[in-house]
Design a protein around this ligand. Structure first.
Ligand SMILES: [Zn+2]
Length: 113
């Protein structure tokens, strides 16, 4: 009985540990901006990590390339670096010919494992 109880607790603990491991890490509030190909000249779609920029990619300092982040429940991947700190710059597709680089808001940013 005790053995089963200990085994049960151990299993619960393992599940809890796994959940904690997958908990998003709150980095706090970041300035959220957008950039497009025109703002990224002369690099165009070339990111600092070498990946070709697509929507869903972001520029951000202080975290490794490939880091997955979440903003308002939407997932992004860090593939580029930003000119300023405390900012997540979201790459957007823009074929309007008019620059769409803008500051959107301040939002909580989470690292997602
Ligand atoms: Zn632009």
């Amino acid at each position: 009985m005790i053995k089963e109880l200990i085994l049960g607790i151990s299993m619960l603990t393992n599940i809890a540990m796994a959940d904690i491991d997958h908990m998003p890490i709150n980095l706090g509030e970041y300035r959220i901006t957008t950039y497009d190909v025109c703002c990224n000249e002369p690099h165009g779609r070339q990111s600092a990590s070498g990946k070709t920029l697509r929507y869903g990619d972001v520029a951000m300092n202080d975290v490794p390339f490939g880091t997955k982040i979440s903003i308002d429940g939407e997932m992004f991947t860090v593939v580029d670096r930003c000119g300023v700190d405390n900012t997540v710059d979201i790459f957007i597709e823009n074929d309007t010919g008019v620059c769409q680089c803008d500051t959107l808001d301040y939002k909580e940013v989470y690292i997602v494992k």
